[in-house]
Ligand binder design. Sequence first.
Ligand SMILES: [Zn+2]
Length: 445
Amino acid sequence: MPEILIQNADTILTMDDEARVLQGADLLIRDGVVAAVGQGLQTTGDVVSGRGCVVTPGLVNTHHHLYQNLTRAVPGAQDALLFGWLQRLYPIWGRFGPDEMFVSAQLGLVELALSGCTLSSDHLYLYPNGSRLEDTIHAAAEVGLRFQPTRGAMSIGESDGGLPPDALVEQEEAILKDMIRVVDAFHDPAEGSMCRVGLAPCSPFSVSRELMRDTALLARDKGVMLHTHLAENEEDIAYSEAQFGCRPGQYAEDLGWTGDDVWHAHCVKLNVTEIDLFARTRTGVSHCPCSNCRLGSGIAPVRQMRDAGVPVGLGVDGSASNDSANLIGEARQTMLLQRVANGADAMSGYEALEIATRGGADILGRPDCGRLSAGKRADIAVWDTTGVASSGSWDPAALLLSGPTQVKHLFVEGRQIVRSGEITTLDLPKLLQRHGTLAQNLMQG
Ligand SMILES: [Zn+2]
């Protein structure tokens, strides 16, 4: 691949260890990594103008259910609480197959890419009609995003007192067997990896204690990461106390679900003891502010978590509970919600952007991503600050106060997958048509 020089950017927010902010600077990409960042760099390769632009590391999405892009704004689920919302959607998801999984994942990843995301996790916890985790892995490979899919699972159906219909749950033995299969087939632990697989039972209320424990043992054996939903709302806490006789933090700790190889989605209701536990054990939190607002779950104590030393990243969560997935929008929402909870000086736009980049990379175990310095992966977002959204701004680098919500250019592993606001890796009108047709079919039952 020829070198690419992003030349003369107005500002580069490196998010590196020195938190360097460079003005009028260049960034050189070589062989998928950042070769240099600084002034006056030269190349014999391609040049992309950075004039009028702010350059940041690509944003990192740490929680999503890509398949849900086919069930956005479903009537009957639009205004429901979490459990009622799930019960409305389960029967629709039960009609999905491999095609739905693939096309929905592509659409979701394109949406993320346009909003600055270069690395996304995904949590796929139901496998109806022959669907498999690799449906989404193949989708991500075509779009060109760095991907960390997780093999999710549900095993407690309605007849065992669970929430999902029996047809959507799997036997625990089969789940563990498929977890081994997908890790062996698709997990690449190397630095610069484009695909790392994690293990992710859906939530403490949809699988047994035994599966939580066995999954943690398997993940440690295979050297892969663990992910689930935790402490999302008051119902969730009440369920944990009634069923397990303890709060979610204790439940996680007892079953091996703490450590720097674990990240939990939501954690809206963590108390002081649990925040301390997560900080001590370096357990990660995926903060999903729009989803938490959308479902009325509350405001996660992100300020308190960060002050205590809990690693925090951002997630858009599934489209059915957001119902949009603009990752830089989530960063803005993070900043706003912490201000609602703690005052206007509680979180700067810069800090929220740091959480959205290196924060997310760190909780996914990717210190090779999320910052721009020599040797790090060339995952880069270029934001045009000459447009309507930034006009009149005295500080265009303050992207979360007034800035574009879509990228101008996006690079993943040095490959340009968005150019002048257009996705380069696939035919978007064709994808939209295919996605629309599948959604229509689902609406008609
Ligand atoms: Zn979720």
